[in-house]
Design a protein around this ligand. Structure first.
Ligand code: S3P
Length: 428
């Protein structure tokens, strides 16, 4: 579907955003592991989260909805049933990697498959630690999907230094570690990743000199719970950038996750001169949330510290759009992980931005944007990647002549209601 966006000159009002994607996956998985019925409110209703639900249903978990609340009747320890067929993980790297940690500890083998994009993404990063924990795997030479997970019947505790700064890998190890009596430790050396697994499972972690050690054992096995999923900050980021760039904005994003490992984009944008005010309103399952107030601002590009890259990794496409409208050149480095997301996001961003007349220098781990935009209407490609689709929808809404995005339907992977939300804050 090709979607057209015309220039937006004014936005105002309030938006309540759908539940956070990372926390939605985790609340479903933890509820499925627990014994008893858990409830989930504000669960993200997107394709990726639907994928996790479908995988869990195939493992024998009952999930249903009454009004706005989801109910999950957990399988309890060793309660999953063998699915008989491969589990299809669609476009969702989070489903694949997190569920691998759980499936590594079952008493039956499972095969994971995915769409074209997911089938190209690296799985060695979970195969290595889970093999050390005693699980066996069968895959192709590239160690991509389809992946057969063959549990050995026992999970050995390990001390593991994360080789790639990935919360999905950390999550897979911690979830496998829940099935072992011994203590498993995950050590993150300099680059700290999002910590929803630790917070939502109430795991103990120590942090000294930028090094973090998280510990897990069977004593942390989840119990039934009532979850409320705060709004997704990564989804909020599109509206934050739009609001900052449009003069006279007065926008409030309600009940958004304020988890510190997720919102360093706020510090970057404030450093660029962005007028953003954060108001904490509550906390749920150790996860803070609140309102984000945005006013139109004059932005200036700044140097972005490589250390925060894992904490802004999903927001780099939309941060690049902010960078185009800010004074000076925009540069991002230390972000090689962008190459293995839903698309090669460095390539996707560059080939789209080049259409606007701007110049880009590409590096293995990032890019620099220089020059001037010509403000003519452009047709951008989503490359089947939800965050690219929405970032270039925002750019189209800021270009004088508007613009369009091809294959926009992939936005439904994380926010099927993006167009509706955008329409609701447009002032006439
Ligand atoms: C996620 C972690 C991040 C992020 C993804 C969701 C998670 O991936 O990009 O959208 O929920 O753990 P990596 O941890 O692999 O960087």
């Amino acid at each position: 579907m090709r979607k057209q966006f015309s220039k937006i000159s004014k936005i105002s009002g309030e938006v309540s955003l759908p539940g956070d994607k990372s926390m939605s996956h985790r609340s479903l998985l933890f509820a499925a592991l627990a014994e008893g019925t858990s409830t989930i409110k504000n669960l993200l209703e997107s394709e990726d989260v639907q994928t996790t639900q479908e995988c869990l249903r195939k493992l024998g978990v009952k999930i249903w909805q009454e009004g706005e609340t989801y109910f999950v009747e957990g399988a309890g320890k060793n309660g999953f049933k063998e699915p008989g067929k491969p589990l299809y993980c669609g476009n969702s790297g989070t489903t694949t990697r997190l569920i691998s940690g759980i499936l590594a500890a079952q008493n039956f083998p499972t095969i994971l498959t995915g769409d074209d994009s997911l089938s190209k993404r690296p799985m060695k990063r979970v195969i290595d630690p889970l093999s050390k924990m005693g699980c066996n795997f069968e895959s192709n030479e590239k160690q991509t999907l389809p992946l057969k997970i063959i549990p050995s019947g026992e999970i050995n505790p390990i001390d593991y230094h994360l080789k790639v700064a990935s919360a999905q890998v950390k999550g897979a190890i911690l979830l496998a570690g829940l099935h072992s009596k011994g203590i498993t430790s995950v050590i993150e050396d300099t680059l700290i990743t999002r910590d929803h697994t630790e917070r939502m499972l109430n795991l103990s972690f120590e942090e000294t000199d930028g090094r973090k050690i998280t510990k897990v054992s069977s004593s942390n096995f989840p119990k039934r719970s009532d979850y409320f999923v705060p709004g997704d900050f990564s989804t909020a980021a599109f509206f934050i950038v739009l609001g900052l760039i449009i003069p006279d904005t007065n926008l409030v994003l309600k009940n958004v996750s304020l988890n510190k490992t997720r919102i360093p984009l706020v510090d970057v944008l404030k450093g660029m001169g962005g007028n953003i005010m954060i108001e904490k309103t509550g906390e749920t399952n150790n996860e803070p949330y609140g309102n984000i107030h945005i006013s139109g601002s004059e932005l200036k590009n700044i140097q972005i510290d490589k250390k925060i890259i894992p904490a802004i990794i999903d927001e780099i496409p939309i941060l690049s759009i902010a960078g185009i409208f800010a004074e000076g050149d925009f540069e991002i480095r230390g972000a090689e992980e962008l190459r293995v997301k839903e698309s090669d996001r460095i390539k996707s961003i560059i080939s789209n931005i080049e259409k606007t007349g701007l110049k880009i220098k590409e590096y293995d781990d990032g890019f620099t944007i220089t020059g001037k935009m010509n403000n003519q209407s452009c047709t951008f490609e989503s490359y089947g990647d939800h965050r690219i689709a929405m970032a270039f929808a925002i750019l189209s809404s800021l270009i004088e002549q508007g613009g369009e995005v091809n294959d926009f339907e992939c936005a439904a992977v994380s926010n099927p209601r993006f167009i509706e939300q955008l329409g609701s804050i447009k002032s006439q």
